[in-house]
Design a protein around this ligand. Structure first.
Ligand code: NAP
Ligand code: GLV
Length: 306
């Protein structure tokens, strides 16, 4: 069995070593232009040329959860596309989102500013029930995030395509329930995949439906958010602010207003990183199961887009 590795922006050495150790029966190589087609590929942001040449692939293993960029390429028709599911990302995402929600709810930014001025001042405790959190997307990451927020006793709403029953989470299903979900939420967390249906979903019309003083946490993809609409709604006072990890164009341009906006906190697409050892173990296990004809988790439906 041959495996070709083509991950843009990733040092190949440790991955190749790890994959060879986990799959000693396989021949694992970094892709070189002109190489014969392998059986499986391990990829992140490969060039189109990779798939034009590696046209006999049976499995394409993405070393991330989101496959939006991959699905824009022309892929070998017979290949099964498989994404990472969790592999250590859900705990990171839960940490990130809970941190952002709590930082906003407890006004830690304001306390930090006071402390810098040597001011020992108190703010009136806020009512948790006034801060219902809506989680868009109740998949591998969204479910973990929703459950963790519920552990802090926040009222939690969740929105997904198919119905979900999650302890402590009020479920909303499908497009028809979206306006009601938004109206029931004040803090909005986006954990949807980027698909034609979800692109630009965070825009004036939808964000205006949040309860007054709404707060947006986008940890999915930059193209979910219409950035000008967010800025206008924050500047008009309808939204209290935002925490953003992903952007329409990454890295964020130096002149972008998000860098310095006092109500926007940004991080450089780091909320849930791919963890090498966990990912290698998961991909190796899936390749072996796939070869045995067993079912595996994380198979992407190209028509659905995730
Ligand atoms: P997932 O398991 O595929 O979950 C996706 C969820 O979104 C599912 O609950 C799905 O509903 C729901 N959904 C999809 N389309 C919908 C629609 N049109 N309306 C309502 N709900 C819809 O994905 P995941 O592993 O949780 O990852 C989610 C996304 O997070 C990834 O696609 C990626 O873009 C992003 N991500 C970002 C980072 C980062 O560092 N910032 C890291 C990892 C992932 P069903 O359950 O009904 O199918
Ligand atoms: C990161 O953004 C991922 O999709 O894994």
């Amino acid at each position: 069995m041959r495996i070709s590795f083509c991950c843009t922006g990733t040092k190949p050495g440790p991955w190749i070593e790890g994959l060879r150790a986990a799959l000693p029966q396989a021949q694992v190589e970094v892709w070189q232009a002109g190489a014969p087609s392998a059986d499986h590929a391990v990829v992140w942001a490969p060039p189109q040329q990779f798939f034009d040449e590696q046209n006999q692939l049976r499995g394409i293993f993405n070393i991330g959860a989101g496959v939006d960029a991959l699905l824009k390429l022309r892929l070998p028709a017979q290949a099964t596309v498989v994404r990472l599911n969790d592999a250590g990302m859900s705990a990171q995402m839960a940490e990130y989102v809970c941190h952002a929600v709590i930082r906003h709810f407890r006004e830690f930014d304001a306390y930090e500013a006071d402390i810098r001025q040597r001011q020992w001042s108190y703010r009136k405790p806020r009512e948790r029930n006034d801060f219902p959190v809506g989680v868009m997307g109740l998949g591998v990451l969204g479910q973990r995030v929703a459950r963790c927020l519920a552990l802090f006793d926040f009222p939690v709403n969740g929105w997904s395509r198919s119905a979900k029953l999650i302890d402590g989470v009020r479920g909303f299903t499908g497009a028809a329930a979206f306006p009601e979900f938004l109206g029931a939420s004040r803090v909005l967390v986006n954990l949807l995949p980027l698909t034609p249906q979800t692109q630009d979903i965070l825009r004036r019309e939808t964000l205006s439906k949040l309860r007054p003083g709404g707060y947006v946490i986008n940890v999915a993809r930059g193209a979910h958010l219409v950035e000008e609409d967010l800025l206008a709604l924050i500047d008009s006072g309808h939204l209290a602010g935002a925490t953003l990890d992903v952007f329409r164009s990454e890295p964020l341009a130096v002149e972008h207003p998000f860098w310095t906006h006092p109500r926007i906190c940004i991080t450089p697409h780091t909320s849930a990183r791919t963890l090498r050892d966990e990912s290698i173990a998961q991909i190796a296990g899936k390749i072996l199961a796939f070869e045995r004809g067993e079912p595996i988790a994380g198979i992407v439906d190209p028509l659905r887009g995730y």
